[in-house]
Design a protein around this ligand. Structure first.
Ligand code: IPM
Ligand code: MG
Length: 362
């Protein structure tokens, strides 16, 4: 397997380092055969090479079996990178070029973190849901887009929310198939009451559910209602299927249940090729967190759990993935905490110490 590590900017560097240390454990202790290549990404590239995306890096991205991604910089503070260049090194370009339409964001509540959550333990106990966010269409990519000047000299910003039946259908099939291996329940989230594209979403998902997955229980939910249900009764959810923009918002809301975005991993997958292999990118869902970058205090668990997803989805090593997830739970149960998940008075570990706690638990 060719794994490409793209640490990127800010805390992406520290947490990817942590994930690679854990990956090494699986190489040496479990015989996981893989080749790991590391390349700069984001503002790091701009600073070093004067371009956001050297051709060689792009070639590696296109040929990798799996990408382990850290984080990209919050938009260039100094404003020195021209917009053209910025797009070349953007996460969105990678998602589109690799056709990573299925974005998986699992949210599991570790029992040990009940205190870190802003929700009451009786609400969060046992939460185990997975959000399937469509990642290559919708308002993120629809055209026309841009800012135009109107005849009266004022400007108008335009983005287009668009979904074809095929785009809806493949995301739906992915979610239904995933639910079959879990508790057999899909909640499809849209704004069918307001948007035509939402009504089409509901119709297509409903048809595929009835015709191809009659064994899976399907419910439809409006996106605003879903936001509140996530906080009131998160246990009712098994698989949540939604579009690109709602998925962005709802995954942050779902992450709030756990108490820190630093805990949450993600996988972005393409359709399988003829040999059954999917292109894949794994990343923690937290950003580059410039405020704490470089201090060695970031929570590495989102990145480490993203590695678990890599083991499961790209390496076919489901047992190793479960082993790693259980090790993270054991480290937390033993009291390992980075500052984002520590309760007042609890002692706090650095990124490196937390990584070591996971290695010890392994
Ligand atoms: C995410 C992020 C990205 C998104 C940003 C960094 C473009 O918020 O993956 O959730 O909006 O998709
Ligand atoms: Mg987001």
């Amino acid at each position: 397997m060719r794994i490409l590590a793209l640490p990127g900017d800010g805390v992406g560097v520290e947490v990817t380092e942590a994930a690679l240390r854990v990956l090494d454990w699986f190489r040496t202790r479990r015989g996981f055969a893989c080749e790991v290549l590391r390349r700069d990404f984001g503002l790091a590239n701009w600073t070093k090479h004067g371009t956001m995306m050297p051709d060689e890096t792009w070639a590696r991205i296109l040929e990798a079996d799996a990408i382990l991604f850290g984080a990209v910089g919050s938009l260039d503070q100094a404003g020195v990178v021209p917009p053209e260049e910025r797009r070349k090194g953007s996460l969105l370009r990678m998602r589109k070029a690799l056709d990573l339409f299925a974005n998986l964001r699992p949210v599991r509540m570790p029992a040990a973190l009940a205190e870190a959550s802003p929700c009451k333990p009786r609400v969060t106990e046992g939460v185990d849901l997975i959000l399937v966010r469509e990642l290559t269409a919708g308002v993120y990519f629809g055209t026309p887009r841009g800012v135009e000047t109107l005849p009266d000299g004022t400007r108008r910003g335009v983005n287009t929310h668009s979904y074809t039946e095929a785009e809806i259908a493949r995301a739906a099939r992915f979610a239904f198939a995933l639910a079959r291996g879990r508790r057999g329940r899909v909640t499809s989230v849209d704004k069918a009451n307001v948007m035509e594209a939402g009504a089409l979403w509901r119709e297509v998902v409903g048809r595929i559910g009835a015709e191809e997955f009659p064994d899976v229980v399907l419910e439809h939910m409006l996106a605003d209602n879903c936001a509140i249900q996530l906080l009131r009764a998160p246990r009712r959810f098994d698989v949540i299927l939604t579009d690109n923009l709602f998925g962005d918002l709802l995954s942050d809301a779902a992450g709030a249940i756990i108490g820190s975005l630093g805990m949450l991993p993600s996988a972005s997958l393409s359709a399988p090729d003829a040999a059954g292999r999917r292109r894949a990118l794994y990343e923690p869902i937290h950003g580059s967190a410039p405020d704490i970058a470089g201090r060695g205090v970031a929570n590495p668990l989102g990145a480490i759990l993203s590695l678990a997803l890599l083991l499961r989805w790209s390496a076919g090593r489901a047992e190793d993935a479960a082993h790693l997830e259980a090790a993270v739970d054991r480290a937390l149960a033993a009291g390992a905490r980075t500052s984002d998940i520590a309760a007042p008075g609890e002692s706090v570990l650095s990124t490196e110490q937390m990584t070591q706690a996971v290695l010890d638990a392994l």
